[in-house]
Design a protein around this ligand. Structure first.
Ligand SMILES: [Zn+2]
Length: 677
């Protein structure tokens, strides 16, 4: 396939694909395991049971119980505080009254931006995932009622939107509205919310409303000529359509996603718009990440889903090109993406400012979701490394420890004197809070996957798996670990009966030294950044031990990253660390440097502080503080050549995810290194 498919070629290819679809269906069916679609409760975050090009398949959220450990307090707060208080805020800010007004049950004015419906849908998705874990049963009647209120205002045509109504009705689906109005973006979130709720409850009402929008409103009227064109102003519906296809098996929904990913040349858009929207031109013509970061990440998610279903190598080539761009030029050390506030956008290669970093919570989540799909396609641990980096750092920082305040931006340096209030309970553009909530609620679904030959272990925390291999053999697996505070993990394997299969054990990219043993017998071959395949006839009582040394690691950035020249960042295991001024004694962060000597790791001491920030391991080291001369207060002064006066200061570092949970204080991830004078 050519790298750049012209639209004419694409149309021809789409038509010939349609003509050949019975043939293709047969060809696919040879590759697909002969499994039926699982019942609703077993369909997982993504239902890849029939996806021909998925190497790994998701395990349902309910099959993994996360026990007391690192993630459990975050997940408890999510269901006891975050999701319930977000419900109240959505109500207080008129998001549900937008629906009720159209049913004559509220006199309130329309409230919120054009994408306000998506706030309800994304929050519903969070509840749907929580219900899959058995949480939030008390909230179910409330959500059931809300769903009734939403679907009550769906029009007979299938159209459903609370903004393009009444005086704005004539603006529906016009090319201009499609680029800025978020109509189908809202429906993308509706589909995802509906699917998660269906998988948590079996309740199809919202799902069926989503199908009506797609089947009755979109498919008959929009698509290739002579239908009206679609442009995805904010990619999102592509993922929703493909997950819907995985339920219905209706290939028109998959094809519609493919058509949207390619753009429609009848919609004439200036280049800056197609860059910003990361849509409107063929996805397969993209060569780099640019434009609005969340849009780009969601487009990559949708495109990977499209690849998982079609195996289209043109997509795969583009996805790999973009992934290389992500990891070589565009990703923050926190796993966050999106350097610029202006346009919430990617910057140029290596443009990764710290204080001005945008790093929207949604973009880090999009990064994790994209890498989850790339992992499903390949089983390669380099994608899990990105997932872990984003999850523990740039995503986890997005929600306060008490679960009620959220970051929209996640900068890597912060100065409170700018007046920027970094954590807030509510944003009128409230995309990030429910996005964080749905991510924490769905987390059990990211711990493991199955493959044709066995099981993949991706994430480490105290947890129980109760599921089965792809051949139906029941399998329980119990993890015991203090990860990420130390690198020791014990896994007890309990298959229904002695069974030969492979457990692919993840050795994280940061783990330079990892030792694996099965029933006490050492296993060789563990390499960082790979899955170690452990094949044997597994029996009840078998134990795997994984011991990863977890020294403090000091990292530097590529010299092209200007902000980080002469500076280092510190991580331990998967956790990125930072300095917050409140932890230092009488010194401004702008004056400190780290004294690292020749063996940087050896300079750090660790201390477990159960009383601090929900329980963290802090790092301590000796640093130096510059004594500024008065002449340095001038904007410019004569270079004296004199050595800089310094004094020794103790420095204390906390995990980056926990920053900004105390009084507003300066923070920095990248700190200068003191050079010997
Ligand atoms: Zn957001």
């Amino acid at each position: 396939m050519p790298t750049h498919l012209s639209r004419r070629d694409f149309v021809a290819a789409a038509l010939s694909t349609a003509a050949l679809s019975p043939l293709l269906a047969r060809a696919y069916s040879d590759e697909v395991p002969s499994v039926s679609t699982p019942p609703w409760r077993d369909q997982a975050v993504e239902n890849l049971t029939k996806s021909p090009h998925a190497k790994l398949r998701n395990i349902p959220v309910h099959a993994v119980t996360i026990k007391e450990g690192f993630w459990s307090p975050r997940r408890k707060i999510n269901v006891t505080r975050s999701i319930p208080t977000m419900h109240d805020l959505l109500e207080a800010n008129g998001r549900m009254n937008n629906f009720r007004r159209l049913a004559g049950k509220s006199n309130a004015e329309q409230h919120g931006p054009v994408f306000s419906d998506s706030d309800i849908y994304k929050w519903t998705e969070a509840v749907g995932f929580a219900l899959q874990s058995g949480d939030l049963q008390d909230l179910r009647p409330t959500v059931d009622k809300m769903i009734g209120e939403v679907i009550a205002v769906q029009e007979p045509s299938g159209y459903l939107n609370t903004y393009y109504v009444e005086d704005r009705k004539s603006l529906r689906m016009t090319p201009q509205t499609q680029t800025t109005g978020h109509e189908i973006y809202n429906i993308g979130h509706m589909l995802q919310g509906a699917i998660a709720y269906y998988r948590g409850t079996g309740d199809r009402r919202l799902l069926d409303a989503g199908i009506r929008f797609v089947d009755d409103f979109l498919l008959p009227n929009y698509g290739l000529a002579p239908k009206q064109p679609i442009v995805s102003g904010h990619p999102e519906i592509e993922m929703g359509l493909i997950e819907l296809y995985r339920i219905t098996g209706d290939k028109r929904q998959l094809d519609l996603a493919g058509y949207i990913l390619q753009g429609d040349e009848r919609v004439k858009l200036p280049e800056h718009r197609t860059i910003y929207m990361y849509s409107g031109t063929p996805f397969t013509a993209r060569t780099k990440l640019e434009g609005h970061a969340v849009r780009a990440m969601y487009a990559c998610c949708g495109a990977t889903d499209y690849y998982l279903e079609t195996g289209d190598q043109t997509y795969w080539k583009t996805l790999n090109t973009l992934w290389d761009d992500l990891t070589k030029h565009q990703m923050y050390i926190s796993g966050g993406v999106g350097a610029r506030s202006d346009g919430e956008a990617f910057g140029d290669a290596y443009e990764l400012p710290n204080a001005r970093a945008y790093g929207e919570s949604c973009a880090a989540i999009g990064n994790m979701m994209w890498n989850w799909r790339m992992l499903a396609a390949t089983g390669e641990a380099k994608y899990t490394d990105v997932i872990e980096r984003a999850l523990y750092n740039g995503i986890n920082s997005g929600m306060s420890l008490d679960g009620t305040l959220y970051c929209y931006r996640n900068p890597l340096a912060f100065d409170p004197s700018t007046g920027d209030k970094i954590r807030n309970p509510w944003y009128d553009v409230t995309c990030c809070p429910p996005n964080l909530e749905r991510t924490l609620a769905s987390l059990p679904g990211y711990f493991y996957s199955t493959s044709n030959d066995g099981l993949y272990v991706h994430l480490y925390d105290n947890s129980d798996l109760d599921w089965h291999l792809e051949d139906g053999t029941g399998l329980k697996l119990s993890q015991k670990s203090n990860y990420p505070w130390n690198g020791n993990v014990e896994l007890a394997v309990t298959p229904d009966r002695p069974t030969d299969f492979v457990i692919h054990l993840r050795i994280p990219g940061w783990a330079d030294r990892a030792q694996v043993a099965v029933n006490g017998k050492p296993i060789t071959g563990a390499r960082s950044g790979e899955y170690l395949p452990l094949q044997r006839k597994w029996s009840s009582g078998d134990k795997i031990t994984l011991q990863m040394e977890m020294p403090v690691q000091v990292l530097e950035a590529n010299y092209h990253v200007e902000d980080n020249n002469g500076r280092v960042a510190v991580q331990r295991g998967p956790l990125l660390y930072c300095l917050e001024e409140v932890d230092q004694s009488n010194v401004a962060l702008s004056d400190v440097a780290m004294d690292l000597g020749k063996d940087p790791s050896a300079r750090f001491q660790t201390e477990r502080r159960s009383d601090l920030l929900g329980g963290v391991l802090v790092l301590r080291l000796e640093g130096v503080a510059l004594e500024r001369s008065t002449s340095e207060l001038s904007l410019y002064s004569r270079y004296s050549g004199a050595s800089v006066k310094t004094r020794r200061v103790p420095l204390t570092m906390i995990p980056y995810y926990a920053w900004a949970n105390r009084n507003a204080t300066s923070m920095q991830v990248w700190t200068p290194v003191a050079r010997p004078s």
